[in-house]
Design a protein around this ligand. Structure first.
Ligand SMILES: Cc1cc2nc3c(=O)[nH]c(=O)nc-3n(C[C@H](O)[C@H](O)[C@H](O)COP(=O)(O)O)c2cc1C
Length: 330
């Protein structure tokens, strides 16, 4: 069974990917209930943490019930990363994850996120210093390389392991690809097949069906799957994958009632956690998936995603429930 430090995980664990404005405590709660084995927070700026910026600090919140949970930080400047590690260590997550994969320009141009893939010695140096700074297990999330001509992930993963990381999650795209094309899991399998690797190697990118998760396990031999977009507005994905592994059959999709209940709880938890304005705003992106595939749903969805008032959104849930109770999802 794979282990991250001393954290024991089930066979082929499913990890919730860090996703900005998505992988917050309310959403992580729903994913945990549906079987996600490891949670990651959305990325947190190390500079923001040091400045005590409220937007960064609130992201450190974790609920006891969601453990094991990893807090993900990004940055490129050694001193601020180390200070950020101290702040994160104090909040006592189970894992600290370093983001070496974010492709966004404003992050990359400061050499943070995937930007550091252009300077592997710096990546190794920063990682080593961070591992030494904390007693918590440190993991890394990264991409295959900067571009298709510079894929050195086998060497990179080994070097990061050698300076003490306890697991690596690899998104099967380069920085230049952003989110285009299909994720390539072959180089991730090469990392896993390196006889010197002994830490878990988790695959990421385009695990969007139970069959895809099974291929990642059986054909690519990876230690677990990190799941991002397939879970947005669809926390049931984790349970569906596990059911498929166990039985080879598909669970029926969640009913309308289950979807409305989840959306309601999601919104309520978000409001409780970050207040009505942000709670309403940031839960919006989940609704189209919660209610995907319902014909003539547009007026209800429009009300959900345009109302600023929580009571209007709750009302839209009730109206949708009434109109589509018993709807059979494909
Ligand atoms: C909305 C969104 C926000 C993301 N934010 C982060 C982040 O904060 N940190 C990170 O390492 N990756 C982030 N990612 C990348 C995902 O963790 C993941 O690597 C990527 O979506 C590919 O996996 P998937 O095909 O399962 O979605 C984000 C992706 C999305 C779609």
């Amino acid at each position: 069974m794979p282990k991250i430090g001393s954290i024991e995980l089930p066979e082929f664990p499913l990890l919730l990917a860090p996703m900005e404005d998505v992988s917050d405590p309310p959403f992580r709660t729903l994913c945990k209930e549906q079987g996600a084995d490891v949670m990651y927070t959305e990325f947190i700026s190390s500079e923001g943490l040091i400045r005590d910026a409220a937007k960064s600090v609130i992201k450190l919140d974790i609920y006891e019930k969601e453990r094991p949970v990893g807090i993900q930080i990004f940055g490129a400047e050694l001193d601020s990363m180390l200070q950020a590690i101290d702040i994160v260590t104090e909040t006592n997550p189970d894992i600290i994850d370093i983001n070496f994969g974010c492709p966004v320009k404003k992050v990359v141009c400061k050499n943070a996120g995937a930007g550091i893939l252009r300077d592997i010695p710096l990546m190794v140096k920063l990682t080593e210093a961070m591992v030494k700074r904390t007693h918590l297990p440190v993991t890394v999330k990264t991409r295959l390389g900067w571009d298709s001509d510079s894929i050195k992930i086998v060497e990179v993963a080994e070097r990061l392991q050698d300076v003490g990381i306890q697991a690596i999650s690899i998104h099967g795209r380069t920085r230049v690809q952003m989110y285009k094309g299909q994720a390539d899991w072959k180089p991730i399998a090469q990392v896993k097949n390196n006889p010197r690797m002994h830490i878990p190697v988790f695959g990421n990118g385009d695990v969007d069906t139970p069959e895809a998760a099974m291929r990642m396990r059986d054909d690519y031999g990876l230690d677990g799957a990190m799941i991002g977009r397939a879970s947005i507005g669809y926390p049931w994905f984790f349970k569906e994958v596990k059911h498929f592994f166990k039985t080879g059959t598909h669970l029926p999709p969640p009913t309308m009632e289950q979807r409305v209940t989840a959306a309601r709880r999601h919104l309520q938890m978000s409001i409780d956690w970050k207040g009505e304005t942000l709670g309403v705003l940031e839960t919006r992106r989940h609704y189209s998936n919660y209610f995907k595939g319902i014909p003539n749903f547009k007026p209800y969805r429009m009300k959900m995603v345009t109302s600023d008032d929580a009571s209007d959104v709750f009302e839209a849930f009730d109206e949708a429930m009434e109109a589509f109770a018993g709807h059979v999802f494909a």
